[in-house]
Design a protein around this ligand. Sequence first.
Ligand code: S3P
Length: 417
Amino acid sequence: MRVPGDKSISHRAVMLAAIAEGTTHIRGFLEGEDTRATARVFTQLGVRIEAPNDGERIVHGVGLHGLQGTPASLDCGNAGTGMRLLAGLLAAQAFDSTLVGDESLSKRPMGRVIDPLAAMGAQVDSAPGGLPPLRIHGGARLRGVETATPVASAQVKSALLLAGLYADGETVVREPHPTRDYTERMLAAFGWPVEFAPGIARLPGGHRLSAIDIDVPADFSSAAFFIVAATLVPGSEVRLEAVGMNPRRTGLLAALRAMGADIREENRQEQGGEPVADLVVRHAPLRGIDVPVEIVPDMIDEFPILFVAAACAQGRTVVRGAAELRVKESDRIATMAAGLRALGIAIEEAPDGAVIEGGRLAGGVVESHGDHRIAMSFAVAAQLAGGDVRINDVANVATSFPGFDTLARAAGMSLRE
Ligand code: S3P
């Protein structure tokens, strides 16, 4: 099987291509609602973007100073990545902008980007409590500063780096734990002399971006649902082709292997500067583990599906140091705990994690709260359950994984809408 293109990389590809000089050809672009929303925003800002085929975009870059303002709201949909990165980029423009999002995004904290951007001289207003919509005042002169981010967040780091493209002097971001480095890698590929190592990025001001061709690898987070499904369902063997294997994304593999999973990597190669590999996954019985706190940021999007693996493992799995899960598309600790309990699993919540007792899943009704990864995780859980599982509110699966249901059925999973 081949899962769709990486969401994080697709967002960044459109953003950097839009402000580069020249024409960027993107292949493997995720045709998800989140990434399409980002492309639509740049169209509103005067960038011509062609979509000759599914998964392909030709972006006619307007250069760093070529975006045009619009009085219309810019709708980021469900995408935290879209809104936070755009906040950084738009804070540096000559014009005002307004960023809005859907119901879930409108409840997510934006203070984490507003405050450090303010320290660079940006002016961004929010609704009370640091929530969207964001009103971004253009015309600010930004200065490069050094920021130590209190939370490990690639979105915050990336917002500051994008603002830093326009700042006087050097922008430095230090993180408490290393996070995904796609912005840094892609800036370098577009010709900006950024220096980076795990946990730190240093970006000088005053350069230009030059268009490149981008091949987006398959999204590890989408592959994760099939990695866990194949591990859990007896008799399974699945090959997932050309999956993005950036070490800041693949923490789930370490966790699953420690639990006893049988996952082989084949055909390791580089694709557009990113490591990719085929993953061959065979059914294996799992045992519970204490998830090492240091790999939490490397698997931050995979906890819903890890909770499902833990529910089917023998013994207890302990997750700590993952308070960020509370502010994702839903409160992923609470949403998973409620759903797993509804299916007969014993799970104890902590502010920053959970303790999950492996057991036998029963049928039942679960609420995904419009969270794509929760919905897909319970679709996998259902394959192991003793009765039917009804998952409510699943439309947002299309934000990150259009065609999930078709691919899941092709893999032998049973589900209908
Ligand atoms: C992302 C960063 C992570 C992740 C999100 C995508 C990105 O968010 O959860 O799905 O593309 O930078 P945080 O930066 O809030 O941890």
